[in-house]
Design a protein around this ligand. Structure first.
Ligand SMILES: NC(=O)CC[C@H](N)C(=O)O
Length: 390
């Protein structure tokens, strides 16, 4: 066990948690949120949607299988800080190349362990997500609370500009660095559908996309051209894509007027699928609105019901905002899916355009593959459009 270094987590309401430091020597402020996944800490750390947030894991021991190159959702961890009950003293997995502690240190991200994460989570659930300060440097309680309160709230801030790609690029399914998995034939235990023979070209907006979304699109018959969030509708049209995809991403969905504008222009022209922030961008592009949830949905066990089919999926989620259902129903779209924990909107479809989206993450696999068919639906929608049927 490495030597004890103290750390502090202070919430804006004055709550103080003192524990043991891991990761980098640093003081940071951000939004304190919790994630209920039992596994997947590496995917969580590298999901760009966590930019600006300090993530608390409710699972009691984290770090036991280390860090490997295949599971990263982006080139580097993106959250601001990490909070765990116990950091595993042992790393044991054949794929592991580095410990969680060393990984966070390498990227300048501080962590705190050995605090009562259950008490912290209960507080966030009752009082809502809060601004907080995490420090692995000597800081008094008052200084830490002051740093938490001084942090600029994420509401109203554009975080997408910090995580989007800088220029368009083609997602390469043959580059080993992209870890594209070979397609599984029909009838395998994962029960994923067959590889379509014909490929379609999708223009994918990167608002902070997880790599596994691009892998899924490739797996389901798409050549993926990625565009930065600031790309214009004209730049997309120039490439003559068959379809449009809108990715997940961090921060307040209402704070991205330039994205709303671009999506408003493109929606009538292309079959479109949106995930998470992409779903919220469709909401805004249609003239609808989003609002902040009290503490959000983050975890791998969120039950979602499709209200048209009655089917329930166990989904992976990571969002703090949601679509106001009334705001889209009066603008030509309908709610297709709801979260069974709180009845909030989890999916929508346009009444006349080939446009649909989900608030959850169908590329992640907690169910384990409950939501995979959405990529097939997208492919079929593009196929029908190309055949002139819709
Ligand atoms: N994963 C996401 O795309 C999150 C979307 C948005 N930032 C939210 O918190 O609601």
């Amino acid at each position: 066990m490495p030597t004890f270094r103290p750390a502090i987590l202070a919430l804006e309401d004055g709550s103080i948690f003192r524990g043991r430091a891991f990761g980098a020597d640093a003081t940071i402020a951000g939004e304190c949120v919790f994630n209920t996944s039992m596994t997947g800490y590496q995917e969580i750390l590298t999901d760009p949607s966590y930019f600006g947030q300090i993530v608390t894991m409710t699972a009691v021991q984290i770090g036991n299988y280390g860090i490997n190159p295949e599971d990263a959702e982006a080139g580097a961890p993106k959250c601001s800080g990490f909070v765990v009950r116990e950091l595993s003293p042992i790393v044991s997995n054949w794929r592991s190349q580095i410990s969680l502690d060393d990984y966070l240190r390498q990227y300048g991200i501080p962590g705190i362990s050995e605090i009562d994460t259950r008490a912290l989570t209960k507080k966030l659930r009752v009082d809502g997500a809060m601004k907080c300060c995490l420090s692995t440097l000597p800081l008094t309680d008052a200084e830490a609370v002051e740093r938490a309160r001084a942090w600029r709230d994420m509401s109203g801030s554009d975080y997408v500009k910090d995580v989007t790609c800088s220029a368009p690029f083609i997602w390469s399914p043959t580059d080993p660095a992209n870890f594209n998995t070979p397609y599984l034939p029909v009838g395998t235990s994962l029960n994923v559908p067959h590889t379509p023979a014909k490929k379609f070209r999708v223009a994918a907006f990167d608002y902070g996309a997880k790599h596994s979304i691009f892998r899924k699109l490739v797996q389901h018959g798409f050549d993926v051209q990625v565009f930065p969030a600031m790309a214009t509708a004209a730049q997309v049209r120039e490439q003559k894509p068959d379809a449009l995809f809108l990715s997940n991403g961090p921060g307040d969905p209402a704070a991205l007027p330039y994205v709303h504008q671009t999506v408003t222009e493109l929606l009538p022209e292309y079959p479109t699928f949106g995930i998470c922030l992409g779903h919220q961008m469709i909401t805004h592009a249609l003239g609808g609105s989003t609002y902040k949830l009290k503490f959000g949905h983050r975890g791998g066990n969120q039950p979602v019901k499709n209200i048209e089919t009655g089917r329930v999926s166990i989904t992976a989620q990571n969002h703090g905002f949601a679509t106001d259902p009334k705001s889209i129903e009066s603008r030509g779209a309908k709610v297709t899916e709801i979260n069974l924990n709180d009845n909030t909107v989890e999916g929508l479809r346009h009444n006349t355009l080939p446009v649909f989206s989900v608030q959850y993450h169908p590329e992640a696999a907690p169910g384990p593959n409950d939501a995979d068919p959405l990529f097939v639906d997208f492919y079929k929608m593009v196929e029908a459009r190309k055949a002139g049927k819709i």
